[in-house]
Design a protein around this ligand. Structure first.
Ligand code: PMP
Length: 284
């Protein structure tokens, strides 16, 4: 593992967080998490584009250009010697005496970590069990902000129940939104369903790759329409997507078996195609 802090590559315990960094005191910042395969960061331009959008939505000045961020990604991979890993980076609004409104003359601050990591192939082959919890997050889930307490509590619910994942639903409308750190989909009668892009969910990079590159290529049909937990329980297949999970089947929700209780055909075809894209980009 290796860190990037104040413009230098350092071991993780060397970094000294400033007490009044607004990321620390307000969660006032954004983050991205990318995956490294064979020493190459997959789909980095899509992550950088989402990062820029998150910054813009929070009115944090863009002081790190895509070229610089790309170079730092390449450097941290090289210096760490890690071939298969997970990179996390965050940009906070910066450090200033604590006031809620944006302070003047504050300079955004970047930090990054890399760790060895590989997708969980056991989960991909057998599927995971999930629990449903109420989505209690704020109304700008489209911003990848550092405020993750809603997600943390959701994920802890799964941990407490001894299952691998959490699916969140809005109680007022009885509609599923997304996982605690993933997008959620079901397949029914050959059609894929997933929540539409709006302020209730994050626009996952993996979701975008599925929608733009994989689903059209496989000739599959998708509807971007919210659905209820009851509808999900009656699905033939279910799955989640994220940078670290790639495409991971969901075979059980709160004790209800989904479909045959095993990864579905359409889910498996999406994962196979995702792996093909990873090979193309990172093992060329
Ligand atoms: N939704 C949420 C709430 C997330 O935290 C994540 C993971 N960053 C995702 C969806 C999936 O996004 P991605 O495919 O870009 O990893």
């Amino acid at each position: 593992e290796l860190g990037f802090f104040d413009g230098e590559f350092i071991s993780l315990d060397e970094a000294k967080v400033r007490l009044e960094d607004r990321g620390y005191q307000f969660g006032d910042g954004i983050y991205e998490a990318t995956h490294v395969y064979n020493g190459t960061c997959f789909a980095l331009p899509r992550h950088l584009a989402r990062c820029r959008r998150s910054l813009r939505e929070l009115r944090i000045p863009i002081t790190y250009m895509d070229e610089e961020l790309t170079a730092i990604h390449q450097d941290i991979i090289k210096k760490s010697g890690i071939k298969d890993g997970a990179i996390y980076y965050q940009i906070t609004r910066g450090t200033a005496p604590r006031t809620h409104y944006f302070p003047e003359h504050v300079v955004p601050h970047l930090s990054m970590t890399i760790r060895e990591s590989k997708p969980n192939t056991e989960w991909q082959e057998n599927g995971i069990h999930c629990t449903l919890v109420e989505d209690i997050r704020w109304l700008r889930c489209d911003i990848k902000s550092l405020n993750l307490l809603g997600n943390v509590l959701a994920k802890q619910a799964a941990h407490d129940k001894g299952v691998q994942g959490t699916i969140q639903f809005r109680k007022d409308q009885n509609l599923i939104t997304e996982g605690s750190s993933s997008n959620f989909y079901i397949v029914k009668d050959g059609i894929i369903w997933t929540h539409p892009l709006n302020h209730y969910i994050l626009k996952g990079v993996t979701r975008s790759i599925l929608m733009e590159e994989i689903i059209p290529k496989l000739g599959l049909t998708v509807v971007e329409k919210a659905f209820s937990p009851e509808f999900a329980m009656s699905a033939d297949e279910a799955f989640v997507t994220s940078t670290s999970l790639e495409v991971t089947p969901v075979v059980n929700i709160d004790g209800h078996t989904i479909g045959q209780g095993a990864p579905g055909k359409i889910t498996q075809s999406l994962l196979t195609e995702y792996h093909r894209l990873v090979r193309q980009e990172c093992y060329a």
